[in-house]
Design a protein around this ligand. Structure first.
Ligand SMILES: *Cc1c(COP(=O)(O)O)cnc(C)c1O
Length: 393
């Protein structure tokens, strides 16, 4: 099936783009000796794990369900690593996580001490540190180093009781950032925690590095990792989410109606609130192309300007204002780009809006359906399974 034939709304994972990213990450692994893990919270399209497993070391999880997904879909079939970090673990989950994860990272000394006896000897234990070193100020929402942050142990709270229980330390302080920011952060981490590194087995530098984006200093990254491994005799881990699947998918949506209210507004069969929540949360305006594969312009730039909006009750369910060379009418398709990441892992059925299907497109451009959703996927999260539907219905 061609991309123009998929049933909307749907996400289409672009395997060619995924492989392009993975080749860069695979090179970083090979040349630096680092272990690279997919942060599943960003992209958990496990139908692609067989491809991902060819290039990188495994997966990391944000809690029990992602850890189980990594264990079942990546670690078991492909012999890859499975790691986990969460701000806190529930008592009932800790032993299971230790059983299915190679590394288990604790966010605080209290969490480490609380769970230590049930996980010790079953997994490699680490703690998240917080150097309180912000390298971006634009998005405090995505800065774990902001004042009042719940993330990680600060240097002044790090002590021997922690040190004697752990194999490694983890930091995650970045979001969509370049190599210079990582380099500066590592310098700061070495200044604060460098004395402990020779006693540890590993250092996990988290995610947020845009390694596969245009112009990233990949050679600098490789050199930095090699230096850390040689200086401290430690294993180095990176756990990118975005970098694995940047620009590796689109959300395909159809125009349902054109409303006039001082401007032309396209009502789509997809929604920012339900299907591209980061558009509202970050916020940002995704790149759009139309059926002729022409890129939409800024409002006013091309002949006709439209506001693209979702099919929900939320007034702010607006994807953005764009301009096109050609008129748009019901039935026309638009493609929202870079929608493999933080998209179907975050979507919801607010307003009872159907969940988009998921397709994969191979390198030849052939699209195959991976999963369709229906009414049951809406109903099953709202109440009891054995509830009897009224006879009168
Ligand atoms: C979000 C997150 C990642 C992945 O971040 P990206 O920005 O998608 O690369 C990795 N590790 C931790 C602990 C995270 O919270």
């Amino acid at each position: 099936m061609k991309l123009s034939e998929v049933k909307t709304p749907c996400y289409v994972i672009d395997e060619g783009a995924l492989i392009h990213n993975l080749e860069i990450l695979g090179r970083v692994e090979r040349e630096s000796g680092a272990h690279i893990l997919l942060a599943q919270k960003c992209f958990s399209g496990f139908d692609e794990y067989p491809i991902i497993a060819k290039y990188i070391s495994g997966t990391t999880a944000s809690g029990i369900f992602e850890a189980r997904l990594g264990a079942e879909k990546m670690a078991a079939p492909f012999g890859k690593e499975n790691h986990v970090f969460a701000p806190a673990y529930k008592d009932g989950d800790a032993a299971e996580l230790a059983r299915i994860c190679d590394h288990m990272i604790f966010n605080s000394k209290a969490q480490l001490m609380h769970h230590y006896s049930s996980v010790k000897g079953k997994t490699s234990i680490g703690v998240r540190i917080n150097p309180m070193f912000s390298t971006q100020k634009e998005h405090p929402m995505y800065d774990p180093c902001v004042e009042g942050s719940r993330f990680g142990i600060r240097r002044e709270d790090f002590d021997d009781e922690i040190l004697e229980r752990i194999d490694g330390i983890h930091f995650h302080t970045m979001c969509e950032q370049r190599f210079d920011d990582l380099e500066a952060t590592v310098k700061e981490v070495e200044k604060q925690f460098g004395e402990f590194l020779p006693k540890l087995k590993w250092l996990n530098m988290g995610g947020g590095q845009h390694i596969t984006s245009e112009g990233y200093n990949v050679d600098g990254l490789i050199a930095l990792i090699k230096r850390l491994r040689e200086t401290y005799d430690i294993e180095v881990y990176l756990e990118p989410g975005e970098a694995v699947a940047i620009d590796a998918g689109v959300l395909v949506s159809e125009v349902l109606d054109v409303v006039e209210n001082g401007m032309k507004i396209l009502v789509m069969d997809a929604s920012a609130a339900c299907h591209m929540p980061d558009v509202l949360e970050v916020p940002y305006t995704p790149r759009v192309t139309d059926a002729d594969e022409k890129g939409a312009g800024e409002p006013g730039e091309k002949k006709l300007t439209y506001r693209l909006a979702g099919n929900t009750c939320l007034a702010g369910d607006v994807i953005g204002d764009y301009s096109f060379d050609t008129e748009k009418k019901p039935g026309d398709r638009l493609y929202f780009h870079d929608m493999a990441i933080y998209s179907f892992v975050k979507n919801n059925t607010f307003n009872g809006i159907p969940l988009p299907s998921i397709y994969a497109m191979d390198e030849s451009g052939d699209c195959r359906l991976l999963k369709e959703f229906g009414y049951e996927d809406f109903e099953c999260r709202l109440g009891s399974e054995n509830h009897k539907t009224s006879e009168s219905l």
